[in-house]
Ligand binder design. Structure first.
Ligand SMILES: [Zn+2]
Length: 315
């Protein structure tokens, strides 16, 4: 949650405004049911399994744990298993897109997505580029945010059906070949976990826990789903978070939402921490992408905003 600007209290005439801002800040915090602390604990658990590299036992254990977490939150959950060629090893590897559902029979549906795998090589790291990193923000944060949203959404009285899909093999690609990324979402897009799956709209999250995060509009979203994205940003702005969710379009970032748009024509917005010049957070693809480097303020702000926006849309 963004704190009120300090300069407000420095100007005598604006003290009242500052106090109002402070009151709004605290009421937002205290009324929120989204717990960044719970989400942070779920990041720590995922990182604790070890890097969730497809084919590893940490990957299997973490996937099983995630499914169980959805079930304890009252969702039905399972996995779409698939086999594909690992772009790094060029060997066949088994992947799993994890899904969770509320009200599968409902006509109106919303889709929430993230990726759950960890990149096999922390290739932006100077000292150990050939070993996998912890993937706390890149991978675990999106999963944790959706797990905490799942806990909250289970109590929201709505006729809408809700689907969460966590894609596998998002992050195993070769930088020189964009098509080698986002393999799980491509497979799901061509053949979703439920036949003829459709949704009215969707939200994709990736890297939602770094300090100093900023979520401008991703390029493809700006091209194809501007109206939905503007609706989201207007909501965020009303909550005082226009600095975190600025109304400007950034570069194209190929991510799982691109495949959901391409193969299933579901209008998606994408909350991706895109820094100037299409760069990412400083610990991206390094061994510094640790749970201790996660900002609970960022998690709280993104969680509050997505939950609030969904309540507005679904109630
Ligand atoms: Zn990544």
């Amino acid at each position: 949650m963004k704190k009120p600007p300090a300069k407000k209290s420095a100007i005598l005439g604006a003290i009242a405004l500052g106090v109002m801002g402070l009151g709004f800040y605290f009421s937002q915090r205290s009324s929120s049911s989204f717990s960044a602390e719970k989400a942070h604990a779920d990041i720590q658990t995922q990182v604790g399994f070890g890097p969730r590299v497809p084919g590893s036992s940490a990957h299997t254990q973490a996937g099983d744990w995630i499914i169980k977490q959805f079930e304890t939150r009252g969702w039905k959950s399972g996995a779409q298993k698939f086999k594909t060629r690992d772009p790094r090893t060029e060997q066949e590897v088994e992947g799993r897109n994890l899904w969770a559902v509320l009200r599968p029979e409902a006509e109106k549906r919303v889709l929430l997505t993230a990726h759950w795998d960890t990149r096999a090589r922390a290739d932006a790291d100077r000292s150990r580029p050939n070993e996998p990193g912890p993937g706390a923000n890149d991978g675990a944060s999106g999963v944790a945010l959706l797990l905490e949203l799942a806990r909250n959404l289970a109590n929201v009285k709505t006729e809408w059906g809700i689907d969460i899909v966590l894609f596998d093999l998002e992050d195993q690609g070769d930088e020189k070949n964009p098509d080698s990324f986002c393999l799980g979402s491509k497979i799901w897009g061509l053949s979703p976990h439920r036949a003829n799956y459709r949704a009215d709209f969707g939200i994709h999250v990736d890297m939602v826990g770094a300090p100093g995060a900023v979520f401008p509009r991703e390029g493809l979203v700006g091209e194809q789903n501007l109206e939905l994205d503007r609706e989201f940003r207007a909501f965020a702005s009303g909550a005082g978070l226009s600095a975190l969710f600025p109304d400007r379009t950034a570069e194209f970032v190929f991510d799982d939402h691109s495949n959901v748009l391409r193969y299933r024509s579901i209008p998606m917005i994408a909350l991706i921490d895109i820094r100037p010049g299409a760069t990412f957070f400083t610990a991206w693809h390094t061994h510094q992408d640790q749970a201790t480097a996660i900002s609970t303020d960022t998690l709280q702000s993104v969680g509050d905003t997505v939950l609030g926006f969904l309540k507005q849309k679904l109630l």
